[in-house]
Design a protein around this ligand. Structure first.
Ligand code: GDP
Length: 171
């Protein structure tokens, strides 16, 4: 039969935004996890289920490892961008990182979907999705399908909505 090639997804965000917690949810929702490569240095996490390979990266450390995660842009067919909605101090850093991402040569010309998780929505001082979309200037993304979804990675709220949108956008 026809062998479908693996779809590659990148999960990005600052450290402590909730990437690992979201990844753990994605894993536990499916029994068909083929292999899990545990984090080795650099806060990289890789796993795979069905035909989808996920690679998660911390966009932290003042871009020290930027080359490393940017190396994955070319082959990625979708990006999940995780934001700590309660981290108002670093929302400007998030915006800077998003700008750099959107201007990257391997991203700028491609119509790859971007799903934003406004995570930690359960925390009292978390910013709304509308507020985050405004601060990050998401309306300017006109050449790529994108979606922002509030989530609570601790209990899984919002993750399914996001995943459903993402699956549709990728296929
Ligand atoms: P990563 O560095 O991006 O992988 O972030 P982690 O997944 O390790 O999460 C960082 C911390 O935030 C951990 O203590 C998590 O338990 C916590 N956390 C993750 N998601 C949520 C959430 O939606 N709400 C709350 N209140 N805490 C969260």
């Amino acid at each position: 039969g026809i062998k479908k090639k693996e779809v590659k997804i990148l999960i990005l965000g600052l450290n402590n935004s909730g990437k690992s917690t979201i990844v753990n949810h994605l894993k536990s929702e499916e029994d068909k996890v083929l292999n899990i490569v545990p984090t080795v240095g650099l806060n990289v996490e890789k796993f795979k289920y069905h035909n989808v390979g996920f690679t998660a990266f911390d966009m932290s450390g003042h871009g020290k490892y930027r080359d490393l995660w940017e190396h994955y842009y070319r082959e990625s067919e979708g990006i999940i961008f995780v934001i700590d909605s309660s981290d108002t101090l670093r929302i400007a850093v998030v915006r800077d990182e998003l700008d750099i991402l959107l201007q990257h040569p391997d991203i700028v010309t491609r119509r790859i979907p971007i799903l934003f998780f406004a995570n930690k929505m359960d925390l009292r001082d978390s910013l709304s999705t509308v507020k985050i979309a405004t601060i990050l200037g998401l309306e300017r993304i006109e050449d790529k399908p994108w979606h922002i979804c509030a989530s609570n990675a601790l209990n899984g709220e919002g993750l399914q909505e996001g995943s459903e949108w993402f699956t549709q956008a990728i296929c």
